[in-house]
Design a protein around this ligand. Structure first.
Ligand code: FES
Length: 120
């Protein structure tokens, strides 16, 4: 098979960009939860307006809580702390700092004309 065929194959569920809210609806250093295609996604806005999107579900507690977690810096890596057991997840990669066997899905997120869009 040539490479063009391999890269044009479509996944069963097509990935698309979804509008979520205005950037101003998210307070700096806070998160919000968005329901996108039936899945809860936590979106965080940092002080410098950097955005991160990852699963809202905390696998250790099986609760949809991560959008309410505190964001901070852990050893130079931006993380969110789960409100339940306080595990930390890297905002960039979704990796659980305390348990390398756990990794959340992360999603592309960007601002267009003042609105936040997430790709899923
Ligand atoms: S996954 Fe919830 S604290 Fe670790």
């Amino acid at each position: 098979m040539n490479q063009l065929q391999a890269t044009t194959a479509q996944p069963a569920t097509a990935v698309a960009w979804h509008p979520v809210c205005a950037l101003e609806d998210i307070w700096p250093n806070m998160g919000v939860c968005a329901l996108i295609e039936g899945q809860q996604i936590a979106i965080f806005r940092l002080k410098d307006d950097q955005l991160y999107a990852l699963d809202n579900r905390d696998p250790h507690s099986d609760a949809n809580v991560l959008s309410r977690g505190l964001v901070g810096d852990l050893g130079g890596e931006l993380v969110v702390a789960s409100p339940i057991y306080k595990h930390h997840y890297q905002l960039r990669t979704g990796l659980c700092v305390e348990d390398a066997t756990v990794c959340l899905n992360v999603y592309p997120v960007e601002v267009r004309d003042g609105r936040v869009w997430v790709q899923r």
